[in-house]
Design a protein around this ligand. Structure first.
Ligand code: HEC
Ligand code: HEC
Length: 413
């Protein structure tokens, strides 16, 4: 397909999304105790149109039940008694993934640090880096940015809508994006990772640095690094400030803390992955005349060379993920973003490299960019640098009517 054809297909597809989907709304009730975590009750009433936070259309009753069980686990709360910490960033997944619906993002920022010397990035792992945990179950275990760090960066919590579709995009399609010739000096590299969930070498696609390839691996990573719960994939606790003595003092629950429930064959991380896999993509807003005109501006300005409108999943035994078009507006590649890069090396991503942020659902998240430095879409575009410098400059030269059309288009996807 040519770029233009892809955009037309994208618009057709995007318009279709939102029709005839099953709606699920979650209702908060009082916490009930289902040892060892604290759970919420979840209800899934059905209405006509898809909204943020709904399950995918086309799920079987079993898959819908797995979505509901995952949604429950996603909202459940850990305490020191259930293994929280010793260092952690929050007590549940939903704490950082709730806006504009459960499974969304939030304004919560995390801190990463490291030391750059002679062109080499050191994550200062022996001092608790590169991810700092903001809280500890005991004040003496509290992490801090160490004096040795000369790079400190913030990272914003991202929304999880449609991640099952992104997971189902084959590695080969992302590799193809890297091989396609692109104008304006744009290149783009796949993030090659060792997937802890399967043990295979895969193409990463989740996280600001495309640091994980599968939802199960990300779930295990987040359970350990955000909440402090060890699992079969990540069996080792984070030592507070890297100090093993501190770990010895405060790690009282036997690892791995998240064990497989023999009754269901699933651990909490499997439940989180179920929930995210079956979570529908962001619903499309209706296209105004201005937004339709903005589609052409988006193409002509060159945004689509990175924010690729459409990709496709491979064949899947899950009908809702089987050979589906995915209007994510990302090539899932790492790009050298120059001054916009966060300065942190992670996996194969260099300090200045960032994954093209998917733009679907953009209207439901502010502020923008990896550290939330952009209050508006316009500001986010103007902060593009490195490989995106030429496209950014072309945007700044558009007249204000064209810029408005582009922004209206971006708010509709
Ligand atoms: C303290 C806040 C916080 C908590 C708690 C948290 N997350 Fe996140 N989440 C983030 C941030 C920040 C990012 C972006 C991380 C990055 O790329 O470095 C993220 C990213 C993700 C992503 C990647 C999304 C994408 O599109 O690439 C997944 C998947 C995810 N989180 C799942 C979870 C799960 C599952 C849990 C619970 C076990 C959880 N998160 C708990 C803050 C949080
Ligand atoms: C060279 C590739 C490239 C090009 C070209 C490009 N972008 Fe981006 N874009 C990125 C990357 C990478 C990010 C994430 C950067 C970060 O946050 O550090 C991003 C982030 C964004 C964001 C913020 C998303 C969020 O979730 O915070 C918006 C909005 C955006 N781009 C719009 C555009 C528009 C509109 C154009 C065309 C004028 C464009 N981009 C051109 C690579 C590109």
């Amino acid at each position: 397909m040519t770029t233009r054809q892809r955009i037309y297909v994208a618009i057709a597809i995007i318009t279709l999304i939102g029709l005839g989907n099953v709606l699920a709304q979650t209702q908060f009730k009082d916490q009930r105790s289902r040892a060892p975590r604290q759970h919420h009750n979840v209800a899934l009433p059905t209405t006509a149109a898809t909204q943020f936070g709904d399950p995918l259309a086309d799920l079987t009753p079993t898959q819908l039940a797995d979505f509901a069980a995952g949604l429950d686990e996603f909202q459940s709360v850990d305490t020191a008694e259930s293994g929280l910490g010793p260092v952690f960033n929050n007590v549940s997944c939903v704490a950082c993934h709730s806006d504009p619906a459960i499974g969304g993002g939030s304004v919560i920022l995390e801190t990463r640090f490291g030391r750059l010397a002679n062109g080499h990035f050191d994550p200062l792992a022996e001092l608790g880096g590169s991810l700092m945990q903001d809280f500890a179950i005991d004040p003496t275990a509290q992490e801090v940015v160490p004096a040795q760090a000369n790079v400190v960066a913030k990272r914003k919590s991202t929304p999880l809508f449609g991640l099952g579709l992104i997971e189902a995009i084959p590695d080969s399609a992302i590799l193809q994006n890297a091989q396609n010739p692109k104008p304006d000096g744009i290149t783009g590299r796949p993030s090659i990772v060792q997937d802890v969930a399967t043990g295979h070498t895969r193409i990463g696609r989740f996280g600001w640095k495309a640091q994980q390839a599968t939802l199960l691996a990300f779930a295990g990573d987040a359970y350990l690094n955000e909440i402090g719960i060890t699992s079969r994939l990540f069996p080792q606790e984070n030592a507070p400030r890297g100090d093993l003595y501190m770990l010895e003092l405060y790690d009282h629950v036997a690892d791995p803390e998240d064990a497989v429930d023999p009754a269901t064959g699933k651990a909490d991380i499997d439940r989180f992955a179920d929930f995210m896999r079956y979570l529908a993509p962001p619903p499309r807003a209706s296209l105004t005349q201005s937004a339709i005109a903005g589609t052409a501006v988006f193409l002509q300005t060159g945004c689509e060379n990175c924010h690729r409108a459409l990709m496709q999943t491979s064949s899947s035994t899950i009908r809702a993920l089987d050979r589906k078009l995915v209007p994510l507006f990302s090539d899932l590649l790492l790009h050298d973003m120059g001054s916009l890069g966060d300065g942190i090396a992670q996996g194969t991503a260099a300090p200045a490299e960032m994954k093209t942020a998917p733009l679907w659902g953009l209207r439901a998240r502010t502020p923008l960019l990896h550290d939330g430095r952009a209050p508006t879409i316009d500001a986010a575009i103007r902060l593009h640098d490195g490989e995106a410098a030429k496209v950014r400059d072309r945007y700044t030269r558009l007249n204000s009517a064209q810029q408005q059309q582009l922004l209206d288009f971006l708010k509709s996807i």
